[in-house]
Design a protein around this ligand. Structure first.
Ligand code: 9MR
Length: 352
């Protein structure tokens, strides 16, 4: 990247005034699928090159952590929108849209929530949270991951939902309640159920797709506001995409008038070849296979990767390589150079 192409701006983080980089290619030509990335709030402030590549490549951003309960709800009575506002300011200044992630998830919950007991208290806490957070960004965050990772790890029979605070206290209906609360707070927003491990070949993945279909069908039967399913897309590079399984899953959703999008794409590469060229090729193939399989039935409304550069990724937290080489799960390398994964996404987004 040539720094002199961009106007250096000073940092005045508190006012969120400094996150702007000069106008680039952020505005999406109409009819292409918008591409975006999860963003880390600290790097957004500290790393000029990071801001620049985000502005250059993305039409969408989503906070990797900044809108989770543990950040937004330091205590029962306090809401902290510093991180959300900071990213929204960056998005606004650079002609991007922002997605919201996430309202209801078992992870990243502050300790104080573990004392919530009983259906009434849980619904009260859920109502306050969703009304306040979605309300705060009404008309400004057009798409929300309302429900994240609700499917049981290994769904069987009636045990197809993952245990969490909400299921334990409110029963299965917590999903419908959360969606209705989000729709009340912003009737225009796209409301999404977001899920992982629904893309690859094998019974485990098939069971998880079927459980998710069951949830969506039930919501549709009850007239609940569910607009889209998010494929997180944390692909394990060693597994093939179930192209037929994914297409028929997306077709069944489409028949219920439910869209799909890709929300957290990356390719976990700890078991892929050491050779970087070979590794990058496999990664691009997996990404293309997933995007094609989805689009064969219904093109995704958006494609987001869970980070844009290998410099900032969650993957090594769980999937370091035995050979000591660094992970390469994202579209740009650690020096912000484009990899085949980015080419695959761009080709795809433009074609659609
Ligand atoms: O990438 C995120 C990581 O930095 C956080 O520590 C973690 C807990 O908040 O969440 C990670 O993001 C997860 C996302 O919110 C939901 N799907 C799986 C993602 C990767 O673990």
């Amino acid at each position: 990247m040539r720094r002199r192409d961009f106007v250096q701006v000073g940092l005045a983080v508190a006012a969120h005034a400094a996150l702007q980089v000069p106008a680039t290619h952020a505005a999406a030509p109409s009819r292409r699928i918008p591409y975006g990335s999860a963003v880390r709030g600290d790097a957004l402030v500290d790393d000029y090159d990071y801001r620049t590549v985000l502005a250059e490549h993305c039409q969408l951003v989503v906070p990797e952590g900044g809108l989770k309960w543990v950040v937004v709800r330091p205590s029962e009575d306090r809401f902290d929108f510093y991180e959300g506002d900071k990213l929204l300011a960056f998005a606004d200044q650079n002609g991007m849209k922002m997605r919201g992630h996430t309202l209801i998830w078992h992870g990243a919950m502050p300790d104080w929530t573990s004392s919530i007991r009983g259906a009434e208290a849980a619904e009260k806490a859920m109502t306050k949270h969703i009304h306040t957070v979605v309300g705060q960004y009404k008309g400004r965050i057009p798409s929300w991951d309302v429900i994240n990772e609700a499917i049981a790890e290994d769904p069987r029979g009636s045990d197809y939902l993952r245990p969490n605070l909400w299921l334990e206290n409110m029963g299965k209906g917590y999903i419908e309640t959360a969606l209705r609360l989000a729709a009340e707070a912003d009737p225009q927003a796209q409301l999404v159920i977001n899920e992982y491990d629904i893309e690859c070949v094998g019974e485990y993945y098939e069971n998880r797709r079927n459980a998710l279909l069951r949830v969506v069908r039930d919501l549709r039967d009850r007239g609940a506001p569910i607009h889209a399913v998010g494929f997180q897309g944390h692909l394990k590079g060693q597994y093939e995409i179930d192209k037929e399984g994914v297409s028929s899953f997306v077709a069944e959703l489409k028949a219920m008038d439910v869209d799909v999008l890709v929300t957290e794409l990356d390719v976990i590469d700890n078991l892929l070849p050491a050779d970087e060229k070979k590794r990058d090729q496999v990664i691009a193939v997996r990404v293309t296979d997933l995007l094609e399989a989805i689009s064969d039935a219904n093109p995704p409304t958006a494609i987001l990767t869970w980070g844009i550069t290998d410099r900032y990724t969650w993957v090594p937290t769980w999937f370091t390589r035995d050979d000591g080489r660094l992970n390469r799960p994202l579209p740009l390398d650690r020096d912000y150079k484009t990899k085949p994964m980015m080419d695959a996404i761009k080709r795809f987004a433009a074609r659609a």
